[in-house]
Design a protein around this ligand. Structure first.
Ligand code: NAG
Ligand code: NAG
Ligand code: NAG
Length: 317
């Protein structure tokens, strides 16, 4: 009887217990790893090399608002909340990074023409430029899929070109290359539309290469090559995205893959023609609380991007 019970124990009870333990373990592991992935994703980051025009992207949002805004050196933007102030890193400060107020940026851009071409991220960047440079409230970003242009104080011409796909940008460079009057500085922003509507990172990489070739051809003919900046792809927060289509296609993993395509195809200086404007670092660093729709961020984010761009320009113009 005792022998039979032992037998039952080893043959039935033990395996069942082990089985239950394994199921419970796997269930938990699944849940924990899913949770873990969300919070410990190894976010792709751009390397800035040792050129100052890229190193001015290096810095962080401050966790505490500074005591005195105008008096604190090394701040690109300064606000009242924990995510309104952005501080340049030591290496950026060694490059001479400093906040450019309206007077300084107007002096830098006086009698010049700059173009921001791209998607809504470019348009938000353009809005931040207008906040700084314009003194006319009628000069605001125009929503909708269209171009617009203003003349700002200091005889600065400012154009926004709606060009959400890389081939749209390529087409502009071909026209400038063919002799159409060309601007003195460019900021480009494209990637999210491709991610949403085409979702093929290899295809995006090929489009970037075409864009690079057309820009290089145009820049080679210029007496003084105008600086061209390319915005890295913004961080996305799917829980806040407004449509099912966006939640499905605009994922942080895809953002990383698209940014990797920008990093790996010799589009960025010094191996390529474009200077980095690291919107990804600014948006990812600011985090989910800085975005209302999972895609577009606080004004401070784009105000900081303008400061980074202005400092890149200072070392190039
Ligand atoms: C800035 O942020 C980066 C990454 O987000 C981090 O590695 C670095 O330590 C931070 N630097 C400072 C001074 O907080
Ligand atoms: C952001 O800037 C725009 C102008 O570019 C302004 O209309 C809007 O009120 C600002 N938003 C906040 C929250 O300050
Ligand atoms: C941008 O490119 C797309 C696809 O090539 C095209 O359908 C669209 O008309 C272009 N948009 C502009 C503004 O040129």
């Amino acid at each position: 009887m005792l022998a039979l019970r032992d037998h039952t124990w080893t043959r039935v009870v033990l395996p069942v217990a082990v089985f239950i333990c394994i199921i419970v373990f796997l269930a938990h592991r699944g849940r924990f790893s899913l949770h873990g992935d969300k919070h410990t994703r190894e976010v792709f980051v751009f390397e800035y090399g040792d050129n100052c025009e890229a190193l001015v992207n290096s810095g962080n949002w401050t966790s505490k608002p500074p005591l005195s805004c105008p008096g604190t050196p090394g701040l690109a933007t300064c606000g009242h909340g924990p995510r309104d102030s952005w501080q340049w890193s030591a290496v950026a400060l060694q490059c001479g990074a400093s906040r450019q107020d309206a007077t300084a940026l107007r002096a830098l851009l006086a009698h010049r023409w700059f173009v921001v071409a791209g998607d809504s991220i470019g348009r938000f960047f353009f809005a931040a430029l207008l906040r700084l440079l314009s003194d006319n409230p009628a000069q605001q970003i125009v929503f909708g899929h269209r171009d617009f242009e203003y003349v700002l104080p200091g005889s600065i011409k400012a154009t926004f070109l709606w060009a959400p796909y890389a081939p749209n940008l390529t087409a502009h460079f071909k026209a400038w290359d063919d002799g159409l009057a060309a601007p003195d500085a460019f900021v480009l922003s494209a990637g999210l539309w491709h991610m949403l509507h085409i979702s093929d990172v290899q295809d995006f990489a090929q489009e970037l290469v075409q864009l690079k070739l057309s820009a290089t051809s145009f820049l080679a003919k210029a007496v003084q090559a105008p600086p061209v900046s390319y915005c890295s792809i913004s961080e996305v927060y799917p829980p806040k995205l407004k449509t099912e289509d966006k939640r499905e296609h605009l994922t942080p993993a895809r953002v990383d893959a698209y940014n990797l395509a920008i990093a790996n195809n010799d589009v960025l200086y010094p191996s390529g023609p474009f200077h980095m404007l690291d919107i990804h670092r600014l948006t990812q660093g600011c985090g989910p609380d800085c975005t209302h729709d999972g895609l577009h961020y606080s004004n401070a984010t784009y105000d900081t991007a303008v400061q980074v761009w202005a400092n890149t320009l200072r070392s190039l113009l």
